[in-house]
Design a protein. Structure first.
Length: 461
């Protein structure tokens, strides 16, 4: 017998500022790295995106029609502080005040990501997270957010997918490192900044909750050979536990640390850094789940393997692990493996390890959604994906895991980080093409009505 969802379960949906807002240079917004990075070949840029900046009221009304109890979105740092620090852009503050007030009009809880891959360009070009001074910049930025929005925003997320920025090899949205020691130095500064901001949040906002938002994936061994299991443990430490142990247990995961030490890519630490790490504590763990990962052992003299889609992304470490395909799992049209049971597994692993409430901030499937002849989008594949994943989440809750809410990626079609506008995740279709804006009208998909029914009945249809 499955446990019912709590009455106050936060059924939400997610977006990020640079992927949904557009208005890239309007109302005083400063440049971010996403305005300066060259988009992947043959994909659109972020200048217009879904034009949410101008259509915000209409979009929030649609979120309310869907019945959302929460909406996870990010604040663009360079809308608030165009230069990353110093002068505040009041029009940026005004936009997010309007958005938050609009959400609260419909009793939709705002869940705010403070930094989602869009570092202000003026900070990035000075070296971004490589400079220790950015810790103060992030704290000052956080203080402005807490001062202006802290009276209405009860859920805060520090950094979106810090682990993916580090592991993607080029630190998505921040300064590209010239070597891995610099990468893990940037990571160290992000960990310190996160800890400082969690402490500041608890000092300034008595009834707010704050946590990290990494991308977490359970790691399976390719076979039951002990060396494959060891490789899986290695990768789990480097991909997941390095980030969450530092945030939650406030220590560097010993196995990950030993790996960095052996490779001579340890971050330079200052006296007091561990004290800073210990001073911040999360109230919950938010995380993004897309799929599980399977690894096999690799020999010390094996060559480094790279992701066949993202040539810069290492998917192996000779003598430590090698990511391999899991032939037991179906795949999305973009070749991502689909693993609903993996979702139940990781929910249990996270709860067993940290005993903190969990909040899902991304889960979804990218599809080539198309308007059919009567102008509808029958995204049955997406409905099936959510049906399976929500069922496994409910099983995990029945297994005893405390889950605060579920925010699928994405509330509305927006620009994919790798595949532009052709790869759609939304419950709401945006009528534009990769390079042809058309009328940008919003059209609820079949999954919109499915999710609406699920939320209304508080159970899986
Ligand atoms: C996550 C990011 C989201 C979104 C999602 C889908 O890593 O946090 O911003 O991009 O991935 O990925 P993609 O857009 O590449 O399909």
């Amino acid at each position: 017998k499955l446990k019912d969802f709590p009455k106050d379960f936060l059924w939400g949906a997610s977006t990020s500022a640079y992927q949904v807002e557009g208005a890239w240079n309007e109302d005083g917004k400063g440049l971010s790295t996403q305005d300066m990075l060259t988009p992947p070949e043959n994909t659109t840029d972020f200048k217009v995106a879904s034009d949410h900046y101008h259509r915000m009221k209409e979009d929030v009304q649609l979120f309310a029609e869907m019945g959302l109890k929460a909406y996870r979105f990010s604040i663009a740092w360079s809308r608030i502080l165009p230069e990353g620090r110093g002068k505040i852009n009041q029009k940026g503050i005004d936009f997010y005040n309007r958005l938050i007030d609009e959400l609260l009009k419909y009793n939709i809880q705002p869940i705010v990501t403070m930094f989602h891959f869009d570092l202000p360009w003026s900070l990035a070009k000075e070296g971004g997270w490589i400079n220790r001074s950015i810790i103060e910049d992030f704290k000052d930025y956080a203080k402005i957010l807490f001062e202006n929005f802290g009276d209405r925003v009860k859920y805060w997320l520090t950094i979106n997918e810090q682990n993916m920025m580090v592991l993607a090899g080029n630190l998505l949205g921040t300064k590209t490192s010239k070597n891995l020691q610099e990468t893990y130095q940037q990571n160290h500064h992000m960990l310190l900044a996160q800890a400082e901001v969690m402490r500041l949040c608890h000092e300034m906002l008595l009834d707010a909750q704050i946590g990290p938002a990494p991308n977490i994936s359970p790691v399976y061994p390719a076979t039951n050979k002990p060396e494959d299991m060891l490789a899986a443990e290695n990768w789990a430490a480097l991909r997941n536990w390095l980030y969450l142990d530092a945030c939650v247990k406030r220590i560097y995961n010993p196995t990950a640390w030993a790996f960095l030490e052996e490779k001579k890519i340890l971050p330079n630490m200052k006296k007091g850094d561990l004290h800073i790490l210990k001073a911040g504590k999360p109230d919950f763990i938010a995380f993004n789940y897309y799929n599980s990962t399977t690894v096999s052992a690799s020999l010390p003299d094996d060559s480094v393997k790279y992701d066949k889609y993202d040539k810069k992304k290492m998917i192996s470490e000779p003598g430590v692990y090698e990511v391999v395909e899991n032939s037991n799992l179906p795949k999305t049209p973009f070749n991502w493996e689909i693993d609903p049971v993996g979702f139940r597994i990781i929910l249990r692993q996270l709860y067993d390890r940290y005993h903190l409430p969990l909040l899902i901030t991304e889960n979804g499937i990218g599809l080539y959604d198309e308007l059919d002849e009567d102008g509808k989008i029958n995204d049955d594949i997406r409905i099936d994906f959510y049906q399976q994943h929500i069922m496994e989440m409910q099983k995990a809750m029945t297994d005893g895991v405390e889950v605060l809410g579920y925010n699928p990626w994405s509330a509305i079609d927006l620009v994919s980080t790798h595949e532009g506008f052709r790869k759609r995740y939304g419950f709401i279709y945006v009528n534009r093409k990769e390079f042809d804006l058309l009328d940008m009208n919003r059209i609820p998909k079949k999954s919109f009505y499915w999710y609406q029914k699920l939320i209304r009945e508080n159970k899986v249809p």
